[in-house]
Design a protein around this ligand. Structure first.
Ligand code: SF4
Length: 301
């Protein structure tokens, strides 16, 4: 879908004046979801920032139908909703719009169960790498060494959980990563996912200004730097084939990546890092690339 078609869509996803923070990445992601999936989309939202963004009665934050559900239940509720639509002939795309806490930690059992059953739902995890809504506590996807309110001194000491690869290993029909800085890439992945039946998963990288401690006018810039430093890799798995996407492809070559420090120094959550910590993160990123390139070779169709 072109940028022009995205702009012209009648459904806007989120509405002006909603309660999101300035520069909120979810607002960007939800606008793309609404504009691509349009009137077929029904959102199932577990507790998180998007619960707030959807607005307080009588004001609405979204122009999409939404079902608010408890933290751990979203994929199970979505699967039931989609089954009822199927039985009653409703043409819908039931979307779990989730944060990382609900998907990677508290709701992982229901996410995994829906994937194992190949339930006919699309799960989008808008990953801001912590429980932002409740006060910036570390989640399973928080980056190593990131400062949060539960990792306030050294930063997180555990490794980041790779949710998209976990979903790939569930052998589901469609898995992709995306970034709010690349709307046409995300839109194309939504269109592809919408054309497939069964369990589909998109892991959307969503930098959060207050949680990561950067200025609210830099959300897209920070998201773009994540790609250009190789810290976030755009890839897609469909029809038995995994491919690293054209946006990320050049950064498979370490020499073409921007210095990682450019990405980290914009974020207050990494202000305490020493040279050796940055080197260690670079090594983790390189190991990630090696793994992805190997998976691309294995799943070459
Ligand atoms: S805390 Fe972050 S993700 Fe949550 S509403 Fe604010 S900007 Fe958006």
């Amino acid at each position: 879908m072109s940028l022009q078609r995205l702009a012209l869509s009648r459904i806007r996803g989120t509405l002006p004046g909603n309660p999101a923070c300035m520069g909120c990445p979810h607002n960007i992601g939800l606008k793309i979801v609404g504009r691509v999936l349009g009137e077929r989309a029904v959102l199932v939202i577990p507790a998180g920032c998007s619960t707030i963004i959807s607005g307080f009665w009588p004001r609405e934050g979204f122009d999409l139908p939404i079902l608010h559900v408890p933290f751990a239940s979203a994929p199970a509720v979505a699967a039931g909703l989609r089954a009822s639509h199927e039985a009653s002939g409703v043409d819908s795309i039931v979307v779990v719009w989730s944060g990382d806490g609900a998907a990677a930690d508290i709701g992982f059992a229901t996410l995994s169960g829906a994937a194992v059953r190949n339930d006919d739902i699309l799960v989008i995890v808008s990953d801001n790498e912590a429980y932002m809504n409740t006060g910036i506590q570390a989640s399973g996807t928080t980056m190593w060494r990131a400062l949060t309110t539960t990792t306030p001194v050294m930063g997180k000491t555990e490794e980041r959980k790779d949710l998209a690869l976990l979903m790939l290993m569930h052998r589901v029909p469609y898995v992709a990563t995306a970034s709010i800085a690349y709307p046409t890439d995300f839109a194309a992945k939504l269109e592809k996912a919408a054309s497939i039946r069964g369990f589909r998963f998109i892991h959307l990288h969503s930098p959060c200004p207050p949680g990561w401690r950067f200025d609210s006018d830099k959300t897209v810039y920070v998201a773009k730097l994540a790609i250009e430093t190789g810290a976030w890799i755009l890839w897609e798995y469909s029809g038995g084939k995994l491919s690293i996407n054209p946006v990320s492809r050049p950064y498979a070559d370490k020499a073409k990546r921007k210095p990682l420090a450019e990405y980290l120094k914009l974020q207050g959550r990494f202000a305490h890092l020493r040279e050796e910590d940055i080197k260690a993160i670079e090594e983790k990123i390189e190991a990630n690339w090696r793994l992805l390139k190997e998976l691309e070779r294995i799943y070459s169709g």
